[in-house]
Design a binder for this molecule. Structure first.
Ligand code: URA
Length: 195
């Protein structure tokens, strides 16, 4: 049977350009109801081996609190598990290579809600992990705050895309949108079993 421990071991075996950095797999509870998915770790994440612990992570924590979402209820990860050099965006090839590990994490956590942070994770999840279909998915500004349903390996998930917290740091006008969208996530959690 698969486990988070096994995924970690498999990730440690990867030998590519990115894996010269430290592994940044996840933080949070295996029993979490909400799974947040970002893009790839940054410098502070690489240093600590944990996702979303830098500026974007602090912004995420602040807005989770504002929305009344407890950190105990969340599991946080990224698509790509090693820091891309100079914080560049992950390439389509890297997203394709790391996506199967993310899918395995979803199959273990089985969250009530998958909350994708920004364009990359929204696209890979809404294509149901078919990278060739990524260009068919709309952009985050059109999809944010809207509930979609995706069946992954036989299980239905509610997927709610929201802006990436880093985007709200560059453009403070997005903070109120981010706050409202996380409140939608909180509301949807209350009425989880609609399938
Ligand atoms: N941005 C991400 O997408 N992930 C992190 O872990 C940190 C910043």
């Amino acid at each position: 049977m698969d486990s988070l421990k096994k995924i970690r071991e498999d990730l440690l075996k990867i030998n590519d350009d990115l894996s010269k950095a430290n592994l940044v797999m996840s933080r949070g509870s295996e029993d979490a109801k909400i799974m947040f998915i970002g893009e790839a770790p940054g410098r502070e994440e690489d240093e600590q081996g944990l996702p979303f612990v830098g500026r974007a992570g602090k912004q995420l924590s602040l807005f989770l609190k504002k929305a009344g979402i407890k950190e105990d209820d969340v599991y946080i990860t990224n698509i790509v598990k090693y820091r891309p050099p100079n914080n560049r965006d992950p390439t389509k090839q890297e997203i394709t290579r790391y996506a199967p590990y993310l899918k395995r994490q979803i199959n273990i956590i089985k969250p009530d809600i998958i909350c994708t942070l920004g364009n990359h994770s929204t696209k890979i999840v809404l294509t149901n992990f078919v990278p060739e279909d990524i260009d068919k998915i709309k952009g985050i500004s059109q999809l944010r705050g809207k509930v979609s349903y995706v069946k992954i390996d036989g299980f239905n998930y509610k997927v709610i895309p929201v802006y990436h917290p880093a985007a709200t740091l560059y453009n403070r006008a997005l903070e109120s949108v981010f706050e409202n969208d996380l409140k939608i996530v909180k509301e949807e959690l209350k009425q989880k079993s609609l399938f």
